[in-house]
Ligand binder design. Structure first.
Ligand SMILES: [Fe+2]
Length: 360
């Protein structure tokens, strides 16, 4: 069966094991399952999640305990949009949880989501972090910031994204692929702030300053800084907390301790923000319960757990940040441009990256 029923017993012993035991299922099996699922009348909600089990399982279990509504979930990392496109009207999914604004925007553009007009969601989630047409909502936010070598980069030596162009950084910057959603959003925000022509110049100059071809994920860039491969990298804010507290891989604590965090553009537009978020699928079979869960996820309880467990910023004002974030990431100015406007730039960004050939 594609959906795995959530329950405390599944998660109490070994979250990682669960993930391994819940491989992605084929689209065909999804079709077969849909017919059976629709005939069930139990209070339940079906979720596709690009967010990892360790993070959301405790929150979802808490929701089930409070409401009796059962959660069926499929963890899937990268093919959410294609999967939903293929399933079309036959999909049994209610909610889609993502770790970036891009798939939310794509799903809405493909007419695979529906509006949720909820006063609770609109009150809890600031306008830049939700779709103006209410097709998707951000649940957590993160900044894409500059991680810099503690020993080789002086304080205030770099303060803006634009300064990554400077010749002084020649051979000193590491980057993941520009085609990753995290980079696409940042580049989209640069287009909105500075225009397409400038952004092309910026990409060319940053490419010229790279210490090596773009490769690896966000954490791999921090590792490279700690090993002296480069001095600067663009990395999401929460990875610092995740690495600093990584008991399973203590080498990551060493990587994190080798960098300082620079929140760019504090004297102008603010640091680029992105979201993890949620959308209600167009044909959600359990619409009312799904909206109840969306509202729960925007509430203080769930927002607090997100912040503590993954070191993300709660979208809901007033929810406490994790202690580690309070220590290392004091209040900073956020670019409050709408995430919807950033996501709209995707086509232009992809064309730019191709023209600049950033990854090669
Ligand atoms: Fe991430």
């Amino acid at each position: 069966m594609p959906f795995k029923k959530l329950g405390n017993s599944v998660f109490s012993s070994n979250n990682r094991g669960f993930r391994n035991k819940a491989p992605l299922l084929s689209v065909m099996s999804m079709f077969l399952y849909t017919a059976g699922l629709n005939s069930l009348a139990a209070a339940e909600v079906n979720i596709y999640s690009a967010r990892q089990p360790f993070l959301i399982a405790p929150i979802l279990n808490d929701f089930t305990e409070r409401t009796g509504i059962v959660i069926n979930i499929v963890y899937t990392s990268s093919n959410l949009v294609d999967r939903l496109k293929l399933e079309g009207d036959r999909s049994a999914v209610d909610l889609i949880l993502t770790s970036d604004v891009a798939p939310l925007y794509q799903l809405a553009s493909l007419d695979l989501t529906q509006q949720v007009d909820s006063a609770v969601l609109q009150q809890n989630i600031p306008a830049p972090f939700r779709d103006p047409q209410n097709h998707w909502y951000g649940l957590t936010s993160r900044a894409r910031i500059i991680y810099a070598s503690k020993t080789r980069v002086a304080d205030h030596e770099i303060e803006n994204y634009e300064q990554l162009m400077d010749e002084k950084w020649h051979g000193r910057i590491c980057s993941r692929s520009a085609k990753h959603n995290y980079m696409l959003s940042l580049i989209g925000s640069m287009i909105l702030a500075k225009g397409e022509q400038f952004t092309e110049q910026w990409l060319l100059a940053v490419k010229g300053n790279l210490a090596r071809k773009p490769q690896g994920n966000d954490r791999a860039q921090v590792k490279a800084i700690s090993e002296g491969v480069c001095d600067l990298a663009l990395v999401n804010s929460y990875y610092f907390g995740k690495m600093m507290t990584n008991k399973r891989k203590p080498e990551q604590i060493v990587w994190a301790k080798s960098v300082k965090l620079i929140f760019p553009n504090q004297h102008n537009r603010g640091s680029h923000m992105n979201i993890s978020g949620i959308a209600l699928s167009k044909n959600a079979p359990n619409k009312a319960h799904a909206i109840q869960l969306m509202e729960y996820l925007s509430g203080d309880n769930a927002q607090y757990t997100y912040a503590q467990d993954n070191h993300e910023f709660p979208v809901r004002k007033g929810t406490l940040h994790s202690e580690l974030l309070q220590q290392y990431m004091p209040k900073f100015k956020q670019d409050n441009v709408s995430l919807a406007a950033i996501a709209e730039q995707r086509g232009r960004v992809l064309a730019l990256i191709k023209r600049v050939d950033f990854d090669h």
